[in-house]
Design a protein around this ligand. Structure first.
Ligand SMILES: Cc1cc2nc3c(=O)[nH]c(=O)nc-3n(C[C@H](O)[C@H](O)[C@H](O)COP(=O)(O)OP(=O)(O)OC[C@H]3O[C@@H](n4cnc5c(N)ncnc54)[C@H](O)[C@@H]3O)c2cc1C
Length: 400
């Protein structure tokens, strides 16, 4: 039996940020990650090992100067030295296979009549559909904005809580408004991953979790067993529900109520001259096979352009995905220099989610168990890091 101070399950940014707080406080920290790489939704695919090689994002792509806790991590690991501005480019719509400006799609009289609703409509306990259609106009919402909102968490946001989707946060004026890093957002993962004080076990997941003599016992598939005073679970909620079923059944029941949305992401890298449209930040296509196309144009490259298509869960066959990509780009698959795929997932939150989070937090009180992830106050990077910080503070930094 291996003794450690804390075992963290899951090495996405939630688990990694928590590992950072724990090791900085001198705790012996072990991180278990099911995949062979660290980072979860932080996944910058790099075409080569060269520092100036082309890269693009398979998951998270944009950070803001309002991500204060995230920026503290970035500063701590000196990744701020690799910060790059994101070029200000427009989001476009694909309508009847033609790229259009959003502004040509809006009904302005309806927008002007609806916008005053901003002054008196409340976001709390309302769905994205109910709140935003009341301040943008029903037709505008259905024809244009709904598709942009769906693109944020890559799922239908009809029943998604309006107050979780966008939040106002105070900005750090000394930092670029929106940024990435040389080599992509994964640079922060790489930096945390190099921390010698953290034991990372990749390709490993708990086979079972038990509780005995005031400790959690985390047994791995190969029979190795860790005994730890504190356990942290930083996986998607349904995985956390399964892992905790035996030790904390009531908590597991709450976690099992949180669903996830799956996303089939396909990234393509092409020579610049092959892409038939001007640089864009992204493209939304109403009622298409994908929620969004996220572009790498925000950081220009001399030779390549890269586009990541976030396909709906039912579009899982690569031939269907590549057929649609070829149609939009007007290229054959053979002309694409590089194709990479990734299965992403995000929580499918529902109105009233905060009540469920309250129950989870009340159940956690007094336990040496930390739960972190993107299913608490929101799915944004800052929400994940902030949750990890508050869980670390609750269990390890609160006096008494
Ligand atoms: C396509 C996409 C684009 C996004 N873009 C942005 C953006 O631009 N800006 C922004 O602020 N946010 C963005 N987000 C949201 C944000 O990136 C995520 O919410 C956040 O990175 C999630 O981090 P996490 O650690 O909570 O979860 P994840 O990154 O999902 O990590 C969970 C980890 O747990 C591991 N795991 C699962 N099961 C087990 C197990 N049994 N044992 C061990 N390990 C396990 C997984 O392999 C994974 O590594 C985006 C998300 C996606 C999917």
């Amino acid at each position: 039996m291996i003794q450690t101070d804390i075992v963290i399950v899951g090495a996405g940014l939630s688990g990694l940020s928590l590992a950072s707080y724990c090791t900085r406080a001198g705790l012996k920290t072990t991180v278990l990650e099911k995949e062979t790489r660290l980072g979860g939704a932080f996944h910058s695919h790099r075409m080569s090992d060269q520092p100036d090689g082309f890269w693009l994002e398979l998951g998270a792509h944009t950070c803001y100067n309002s991500y204060r806790n995230f920026l503290d991590l970035v500063d701590h690991y000196h990744v701020n030295e690799q910060m790059l501005p994101r070029e200000k480019l427009p989001f476009k719509m694909l309508v009847n296979n033609q790229i259009k400006s959003i502004f040509t799609q809006l009904n302005y009289p309806e927008l002007l009549l609806s916008l005053p609703g901003l002054l008196y409509q409340k976001k709390a306990d309302r769905s994205v559909d109910s709140y935003y259609s009341s301040i943008l106009g029903r037709k505008n919402y259905h024809r244009v904005f709904r598709h942009f909102f769906n693109a944020v968490p890559s799922q239908s946001t009809e029943e998604f809580p309006a107050d979780v989707l966008f939040k106002s946060r105070s900005r750090r004026k000394d930092v670029l408004k929106s940024y990435t890093f040389a080599g992509g957002l994964q640079s922060i993962v790489d930096a945390i991953g190099k921390t010698d004080a953290i034991e990372f076990l990749t390709g490993q997941e708990p086979e079972s979790i038990e509780r005995a003599d005031g400790l959690y016992r985390v047994r791995l598939k190969d029979g190795t067993c860790y005994a730890t005073g504190t356990l942290a679970v930083a996986t998607p909620a349904p995985v956390a529900a399964k892992l905790l079923q035996a030790v904390h059944p009531e908590l597991s029941g709450y976690l099992a109520q949180i669903q996830t949305a799956r996303i089939n992401s396909v990234a393509v890298i092409l020579e610049k001259k092959l892409v038939p449209f001007q640089p864009v930040a992204g493209i939304i296509s109403p009622n298409d096979l994908f929620y969004s196309i996220v572009s790498r144009d925000t950081v220009t490259d001399e030779k390549y352009r890269g586009l990541t298509f976030h396909f709906k869960p039912e579009i899982s066959k690569q031939e269907d995905q590549l057929r649609r990509i070829s149609e939009i780009l007007g290229v054959t698959t053979a002309q694409i220099a590089h194709i990479v795929t990734k299965q992403n997932q995000l929580p499918a939150l529902r109105v009233g989610h905060y009540h469920l989070v309250d129950k989870i937090d009340r159940n956690l009180a007094g336990k040496q168990l930390m739960l972190t992830g993107n299913y608490f106050s929101g799915v944004a990077i800052e929400d994940c890091v902030s949750r990890s910080l508050s869980e670390y503070t609750r269990v390890h930094a609160t006096p008494g």
